[in-house]
Design a protein around this ligand. Structure first.
Ligand code: ATP
Length: 946
């Protein structure tokens, strides 16, 4: 028979013993009596490398410690315990994500046949999240998608939902789990063969759910130190190989799965309900009587495993399914000896006694389970024999654990213990009454499941457009321009208008939608497709230019490759003695206008650049819309074809238009197409690229007879966020009044933080993220983050900054707390793993890149002089009005929570600086803000921006 412990952690996981290395695992497995051990943490690159170096394949589907290492260590083991374990690559992954509108935190145990398979999985995971910062990585990947990925990498994978009942981090957990496996794993549920019951539940509790009948119930230690190995384990009657294990888990008894070694579930940290801070421990009935609220402080009671099982159970307590496997409840040997000796389990005396017992009798599990009582008495005295006899018979006194506090197993009553302390003998002791739980779960009727929270009723306005949006959607009297504030539903209006035009008899293929970025065009295209409008044309200005030019030339124009363009630019820059970057920017700006005329200082470079491109028959990207507009003006036949091509042209983000783009639109509309432009001049942030905000106001001049509409409602942000952002804009000198109105309630105050330095800012931010997510691991949960949970997932949070260089310390601080993080995707969508798009992570991106997006929670960092408005050294300061609009865009991305921060010290452009607050800070009304300040910290000099 084999003892298998499949779930442990290495020293690369948080809060683990330093000696959790392959050698110590090998040694302690033998002291405990474990034959087959999961390596734990194969996802961690350093641990994987150590395993690859120190383990060798057995040849039949498992691993063993390298013989030379084993030989060197063998001497340190008592001969009675020498039975080297085998290893299988294992890992645990924490998935934290939103599903069906709720934050889910689910842990999964994964076993792979070989380290090479593990490496292939790691490669994929590495792209989806941070697997380097912790042996048990946290990913924003749905547990179902994780299973899909594992199956893709290795169809034989063993995937086991871990400790399925723990409240905070499991598939059935009361705090963030599901009510059924199918809810979590959907179509892939059939690939799950086994469930790990965890320390706080034992098989009889699980037998109460008929839904679990088909699964093998496994138990593992989840050990963080060698001493805890095999505190729970599996008993197998099969060879110690991956495939035999997989077979046993899938077939149960028929495959050689004999049963499990269990903790008394009462000892687990979450067996009963309670509130540790208030010292309150409750049984399921009491929790219900208190309505789930702590009677001392009014906070939520942490509902433990017993209650949660009772909630989902469809069978009475005590039911035993016919196919149920055997199980034994034990306590660790050091705890038993500690009670016999009346000393703590970690004391020297207990350690020495346990050593002695192992030397004489063999591994700990053998002592606890199999050694005859007489032999135990001979080796350890009659009290020990009595203690182990009681343990085997389940005659123990239990005090249940609750809300993160371990329970207690006692083998002797207090009176017995007192007597023992005096006489060290047990001969005349009356037996303790049979195994009793501290509290029992009341049998609950089968149908007493809590009904699922009713989904929020859709409001009438949710289902469509409001009256103002509708008016703009329906208008067909000519050109129109819609001025709409942030969160006013511009995208919604755009697609609705397209759908309305087609529904009213329009031809979808004569509909053109124009956006500024490829990403926006792709998203819009997808939305239109869901409305059945695949035939509508969705283009960027560049894409449109390319099509028109292709038609004009009768072939696709050749576009200069990036590298060649750089060479040409640096040649051209030599003609004027300017840096190539500056020449690039100046040339690009010139090409945003039709009537470009370079300044004399730039003219030689411009000429050299244009001649070089022309000599090779190439165009650059800026040429596409520009040359297209020129071609339409010059080539009558072309103009004829294109000016009649569309009935309607819809343009998003019109405040970002430049003169070339407007010219192009005018030529396309010359045949009678109606142009509908939507935008928000307060969000014009691309002036530095040549966009001209004034074109918005000039729409009526460019498109005669245009009617203008105003959308003032803000559907996105809470009232205080809207008020703060509006005040920011209202402070701009000489600005016409424009006040969006929040549809949502006021919501919480905007939180502001003044940090000593970027590191302090990053740490503060990471702590807020931990709270918003309700804790990412059990330490954080037990430190109170769980109770402060606000129901957000990592994907709900964005951190926005002015310069990319600000991201680094924040990404590091987030990695330290284990938050799944993604620094602005640089890869093009097509290059990403499809799961990448689904992974839920805290997004770090520039304020510019956040344009058009929205997030429940937004942090805007670095509100300082020099950064906002941006003032690069030796160059002109950025336009302060445009910088104000940029902050406005950033703040208005937030739906529910907005955090603003700045640093009092920063290394910027190689200079140590003590920047004051951004001047915009003063424009935010104090009554909307709540301020925090960091304690003085040592400057983190290593944090250097540039
Ligand atoms: N009529 C409406 N009823 C309810 N919700 C709406 C309505 N119109 C828009 N919304 C919601 O308001 C939010 C903002 O909409 P959208 O992203 O289209 O705004 P936007 O005008 O493009 O904003 P921004 O310019 O700030 O990027 C979205 O969550 C959208 O679903």
């Amino acid at each position: 028979m084999l003892v298998a412990d499949l779930h442990i952690h290495s020293r690369y996981s948080r809060a683990t013993a330093r000696d959790m290395g392959p050698e110590a695992l090998w040694r302690h497995a033998q002291l405990k009596g474990v034959d087959l051990l999961g390596t734990g943490d194969f996802t961690h690159p350093a641990w994987w490398a150590e395993l690859a170096e120190k383990l060798v394949e057995t040849g039949d589907g498992a691993y063993q410690l390298r013989p030379d290492l084993a030989a060197a260590l063998g001497e340190s083991l008592p001969p009675s315990c020498r039975r080297p374990p085998r290893f299988l690559p294992s890992a645990e992954i924490s998935s934290i994500y939103k599903r069906h509108g709720q934050t889910r935190k689910v842990h999964s145990l994964i076993l792979m046949p070989t380290l090479q398979d593990a490496a292939r999985l790691n490669q994929r995971l590495d792209k989806l999240g941070n697997i380097k910062s912790d042996g048990r990585p946290i990913l924003g990947l749905d547990a179902r998608d994780l299973l899909e990925l594992c199956l893709e990498v290795c169809p034989e994978v063993i995937f086991i939902p871990a400790h399925i009942w723990t409240p905070w981090f499991s598939v059935f957990g009361s705090k963030s789990g599901f009510d059924a496996l199918e809810e979590a794993f959907d179509d892939l549920t059939c690939h799950i063969k086994a469930l790990e019951t965890g320390l706080s539940s034992d098989p009889p509790m699980n037998w109460r759910l008929s839904a679990l009948d088909g699964y093998t119930l496994v138990s593992n230690s989840d050990a963080h130190s060698p001493a805890k190995l095999a505190r729970e384990a599996n008993l197998l009657d099969c060879p110690a190989t991956f495939h035999d294990l997989a077979r046993a888990l899938s077939l149960g008894a028929a495959g050689g799965f004999l049963g499990t070694i269990e903790f008394f579930p009462d000892e687990g940290k979450y067996h009963l309900d309670g509130h540790r801070k208030c010292g309150l421990c409750l049984g399921p009935d009491e929790t219900r009587a208190y309505g789930g609220r702590c009677p001392v402080c009014g906070g939520p009671i942490t509902v433990g495993v017993l209650s949660r099982v009772a909630e989902l159970a469809d069978r009475p307590e005590g039911y035993r399914p016919p196919a149920a496997a055997h199980f034994e409840s034990l306590a660790p040997l050091d705890e038993v000896v500690a009670e016999v000796l009346g000393q703590g389990p970690a004391t020297k005396a207990v350690g020495a006694a346990v050593d002695g017992l192992r030397r004489r009798l063999g591994p700990e599990l053998t002592i606890l389970r199999q050694t005859p009582l007489e032999e135990l008495a001979r080796a350890g005295g009659p009290v020990l024999a009595e203690a182990i006899d009681r343990l085997r018979a389940g005659k123990v006194v239990l005090q249940g654990g609750f809300d993160g506090q371990f329970g207690v197993v006692r083998l002797f009553s207090p009176a017995e213990r007192q007597r023992l302390a005096g006489q060290k003998a047990l001969l005349d002791l009356a037996p303790v009454t049979g195994r009793g739980r501290g509290r029992k779960a009341a049998a609950r009727p089968v149908d007493s499941r809590q009904p699922a929270a009713p989904a929020a009723a859709p409001t009438a306005v949710d289902q469509g457009l409001d009256e103002f949006q509708r008016r703009a959607m329906d208008y067909d009297g000519g050109h129109l321009i819609v001025r709409a504030g942030p969160g006013a539903g511009k995208t919604r209006l755009l697609t609705a208008r397209a759908a309305r035009l087609v529904a009213g008899g329009g031809d979808a293929s004569r509909l053109l939608l124009v956006t500024f970025t490829r990403k926006a065009a792709e998203e819009l295209g997808q939305r239109l497709a869901t409305l059945g409008l695949e035939a509508a044309r969705t283009h960027t200005f560049h894409g449109l230019g390319l099509e028109i030019l292709t038609d004009h030339l009768g072939r696709r124009p050749a576009i200069v490759a990036d590298q060649r363009r750089e060479e040409i630019l640096s040649q051209a820059a030599k003609a004027v003695d300017l840096p190539p970057g500056q020449v690039d920017w100046a040339i690009s700006r010139l090409k945003q206008r039709l009537d470009q005329r370079p300044e004399p200082t730039l003219a030689p470079a411009w000429l050299a650049y244009e001649q070089a491109l022309a000599a090779e028959g190439l165009l650059d990207l800026d040429d596409l819309p520009r040359q297209a507009a020129l071609a339409l003006a010059q080539d009558g036949a072309l103009a004829g074809r294109w000016s009649g091509k569309f009935d309607h042209i819809l343009v998003d983000e019109y405040q970002d238009a430049n003169p070339v783009q407007v010219a192009l639109l005018r030529r396309l509309a010359a045949g009678g197409a109606l142009v509908a432009a939507i935008g928000d001049p307060d969000q014009a942030i691309y002036g530095f690229r040549g966009a001209e905000r004034a074109l918005f106001a000039d729409f009526g001049r460019d498109f005669a007879g245009a009617r203008s509409f105003d959308l003032r409602r803000n559907y996105r942000s809470s009232g205080r966020i809207v008020a703060a952002a509006t005040a920011l804009m209202a402070a701009e000198a000489g600005r016409e009044a424009y006040a969006p109105q929040a549809v949502n309630p006021a919501g919480p105050l905007v939180e502001c933080f003044e940090a000593a330095d970027p590191q302090a800012e990053a740490i503060w931010l990471a702590q807020r993220v931990v709270e918003l997510l309700g804790g990412l691991d059990s330490r954080q949960v037990e430190a109170g983050a769980g109770a402060r949970s606000q129901g957000f997932s990592a994907g709900d949070i964005a951190v926005l900054y002015r310069l990319h260089a600000q991201a680094e310390p924040i990404a590091q601080a987030l990695a330290r707390v284990g938050a799944p993080t993604q620094v602005a995707a640089t890869a093009h969508l097509a290059e990403l793993d499809p799961l990448d798009l689904r992974a839920q992570r805290v997004k770090l991106l520039s304020m510019h890149a956040a344009k058009g997006l929205e997030f429940p929670v937004v942090f805007v960092v670095g509100l300082e002089e020099g950064l906002l408005p941006y003032q690069p050294p030796g160059k002109d300061a950025a336009d302060p009005d445009e910088e104000r609009r940029l902050l406005y865009v950033a703040m208005t991305r937030a739906r529910q929570r907005l955090f603003l921060s700045r640093c009092c010290w920063r290394m910027l452009f190689g200079e140590s600086r003590r920047p004051g607050r951004s001047p915009f800070w003063a424009d935010l009304p104090g009554e909307l803000l709540v301020a925090h300040k960091s304690k003085a910290r040592r400057r983190a000099r290593q944090l250097v921006l540039f």
